[in-house]
Design a protein around this ligand. Structure first.
Ligand code: NDP
Length: 455
């Protein structure tokens, strides 16, 4: 007899696992299928290994800063294979944790790729599953542009499995992944270049933040190339020749395409059962994550809204609420985010440009300073902090930080923004001294436009 569930989830990444567990805890019979390792992109080839790599990459600066703080050490070296083994051990531990928490919640795990064969049926590894409700949570996959020699390059998936550290690397793309992985390569000592087709990387972030980060990265010796697209790749005896649009050539050992991701829908059988897609090829959903077949939901990167793990978790919870008679919408205002570049970016709310366009009259509070530890280490790194405030209501509309632990700082301020905090509330909040974050509650005078990077 076919297996039958109240909810069947296709894809055991962050969103799928959260929805499956919570639905099972709410009393539904739940199955989930996955053809790769449990945990999806985030755990296996995304956030988690990236953050571990980022710790390793930043560690070099800890060592370099030592003498100014009284420490001496012999010249340290980084072992890529040792780090990889450590990283793999941790990821395998997390894979087991995901397996355990799913099973303990009563979820039936089926290994294999799911394919929709009918409105209520999914085929996995030759088995037909029947379900009242289906959740598509298949995530995304890297996209590589159609240029000659593209197969010589790797993507973030390949980065996390490189057996050796390359001596030279060229990263193509100026989004989260490009900036983060280029920072990691550079921090670990690989000669790194980042190439981005537009005038400044991290399109969509506050302009000031983008320029400030670029300046800081260049100060650290990173080679950034803007307005420069890649034309083709060719194998040479000593590496890979990257030919740029302007005819320039660069030789490198690794070319990493960080040129975006696409919804992972291939072979899912969506057209077979009439599931509608958006123009961008993502699964189309309403504000409760239902597709045009209302018993079939979709969440996470496959719907390509805000492709962040915590957003997929929130969407998964919303689907469970729908299935148990609650509110199936998700409040995605003021979603904070971080870029684990070096230094980090942490940001929540509107950028200065968005606020000027949407609100009009705003005040901008801006401060740059040397983080306290670097008064002793001598490192010429600066931190940027910026608040965007609505003149009419005094509400703080945006908080932007470039500096150490920016994500940790902004997570707390995101609560204040969600609560509708005004600048007056920020002003009456006592700072924690001495911290960098206290700067955000002690900014007294708005700065006149334009921002330093527009002058
Ligand atoms: P992004 O969409 O952020 O960036 C893609 C980059 O590639 C952009 O700079 C884009 O340029 C460029 N690009 C796109 N197509 C081409 C092309 N044909 N030729 C040359 N360049 C091209 O994607 P990522 O892959 O960096 O990240 C995917 C998503 O994953 C992110 O949107 C984010 O939501 C999530 N993520 C989040 C992280 C975090 O929270 N810290 C970390 C990593 C990923 P242009 O700007 O001109 O379009």
């Amino acid at each position: 007899m076919n297996k039958r569930f109240d909810l069947f989830v296709i894809g055991a990444g962050s969103g799928g696992v959260r929805a499956a567990r919570m639905a099972a805890k709410a009393g539904l019979s739940v199955g989930v299928c996955e053809d790769k390792k449990l945990g999806g992109t985030c755990v296996n080839v995304g956030c988690v290994p990236k953050k571990l790599f980022s710790y390793a990459a930043h560690y070099r600066e800890e060592v370099e800063d030592g003498p100014g703080l009284g420490w001496t050490s012999s010249s340290p070296s980084f072992s890529w294979p040792t780090f990889m083994a450590q990283k793999n051990k941790e990821i395998e531990r997390l894979n087991r944790v995901y397996d355990r928490i799913l099973r303990e919640s009563g979820v039936d795990i089926i290994h294999g790729r799911g394919k929709l064969t009918g409105p209520h049926t999914v085929e996995v590894a030759g088995e037909t599953i029947e379900a009242d409700h289906i959740l598509i949570a298949t995530g995304g996959r890297p996209f590589v542009p159609q240029i000659p020699g593209r197969t010589l390059g790797i993507t973030s998936d390949g980065f996390f499995h490189l057996s050796e550290q390359p001596r030279r690397a060229a990263v193509i793309g100026g989004g989260y992944i490009g900036v983060e992985l280029a920072s990691i390569f550079h921090g670990l000592g690989t000669e790194t270049q980042l190439h981005y087709r537009g005038p400044m990387f991290l399109r969509g972030f506050d302009n000031d933040v983008r320029h400030f980060l670029a300046d800081e990265m260049r100060k650290k010796g990173m080679s950034l190339h803007f307005e420069c697209d890649v034309h083709s790749l060719e194998k040479t005896d000593t590496g890979i020749r990257m030919v740029l649009d302007d005819g320039d050539e660069v030789e490198t050992d690794i070319v990493l395409f960080a040129t975006g991701r696409r919804p992972n829908i291939e072979g899912l059988g969506l057209s077979h059962i009439g599931i509608e897609l958006t123009d961008r090829g993502s699964v189309a959903v309403d504000d409760t994550y239902r597709t045009n077949l209302p018993h079939i939901f979709a969440i996470g990167d496959v719907i390509d809204h805000l492709n962040l793990t915590p957003v997929a978790l929130a969407q998964g919870m919303a689907v469970v609420r729908s299935l148990t008679g609650g509110d199936g919408t998700c409040d995605l205002d003021n979603v904070p985010t971080a870029v684990f570049s070096n230094p980090h970016i942490g940001t929540v709310g509107l950028t200065e440009e968005q606020a000027r366009a949407q609100v009009g009259d705003i005040d901008v509070y801006r401060s740059t300073f040397t983080p306290m530890r670097h008064t002793l280490s001598g490192r010429p790194e600066k931190t940027l902090m910026k608040l965007i405030v609505d003149q009419a209501s005094d509400r703080v509309l945006g908080v932007h930080v470039v500096g150490p632990e920016a994500g940790e700082i902004v997570q707390g301020f995101a609560v204040a923004l969600k609560a509708g905090a005004t600048k007056a509330v920020f002003d009456t909040t006592i700072g924690i001294h001495p911290t960098a974050a206290e700067e955000l509650v002690t900014m007294r005078d708005p700065v006149p436009p334009p921002s330093p990077y527009e002058q």
